[in-house]
Design a protein around this ligand. Structure first.
Ligand code: 13P
Length: 244
């Protein structure tokens, strides 16, 4: 498996235009070891054209936080993959737990989105994760397996999966390295056997910061991180991106 780590900044619904410009211009100046790190930033939709313009001569890659599952049509308020692609995004976060919770996205909808993204030759970052209750009741593997089974199309060359335990997002609670490793092995075994996908990039997300990421990388052998809060703070993301 590739040694390159994907560092995916999920800015969520944060940063105004000037804040986003300032942060992106600072990110552009960071010297990244390209053989070790891919720096992918996922701003709000309205910021995408602005950020796309700023990063055009840099190694920073652009991602969207969602897309609609149809190519176009009467879907007021939604954003089409055509525009996301046209503006220069290479990645799309699909099935984030916040969209599952607040927008009622189901595993079936997430699969439709994943299929559309793949058919348009972009890379979906498919999010999975369990609630605290599901973990406490020891139901987490069943939940994760169901999410993987329904959300991920079959017979792909590769897939990016982000494991984000819901109880860890924005809370400061982080699973142990052994717990992350357990889910990585479980996910890779399931996806390679049931979906016949051999190249799996497994990302961890949930309260990642510059203090815990290096241990997670070193001991759990994940292929990268999906980062919320820490990706908004330049000092934090700078330390993370200059890892190695
Ligand atoms: P935090 O890093 O703020 O916990 O958010 C994680 C996340 O949801 C990234 O998609």
């Amino acid at each position: 498996m590739s040694q390159v780590k994907l560092i995916v900044s999920n800015w969520k619904m944060n940063l105004n235009i000037s804040q986003a410009r300032i942060l992106t211009n600072k990110l552009k100046k960071i010297k990244i070891k390209k053989n070790l790190i891919k720096n992918i930033i996922c701003p709000q939709f309205i910021l995408l054209p602005i950020i796309s313009n700023i990063i055009k001569d840099s190694d920073i890659l652009l991602g969207a936080q969602d897309c609609h599952y149809r190519k176009f049509g009467a879907y007021t308020g939604d954003t089409s993959i055509e525009l996301i692609k046209e503006i220069g995004c290479k990645y799309i976060i699909i099935g984030h737990s916040e969209r599952r919770e607040y927008k009622g996205e189901t595993n079936d909808i997430i699969r439709e989105k994943a299929e559309l993204v793949i058919s348009e030759k972009l890379k979906p970052i498919i999010c999975i994760g369990e609630t605290l209750e599901e973990r406490k009741k020891n139901k987490y593997k069943k939940i994760l397996e169901e999410q993987l089974n329904i959300c991920i199309p079959n017979n792909l060359d590769e897939i990016i999966i982000a494991y984000e335990p819901i109880w860890s997002i924005g809370t400061g609670l982080v699973p142990t390295v052994d717990e992350i490793k357990e889910i990585k092995n479980f996910t890779c075994d399931f996806v390679s056997q049931s979906k016949k996908i051999s190249k799996i990039f497994f990302l961890y997300g949930g309260s990642v910061n510059s203090e815990n990421i290096f241990e997670i990388f070193k001991l759990s052998d994940v292929n990268g991180a999906l980062i919320g809060g820490s990706s908004l703070k330049f000092e934090e993301i700078n330390k993370i991106l200059t890892f190695g």
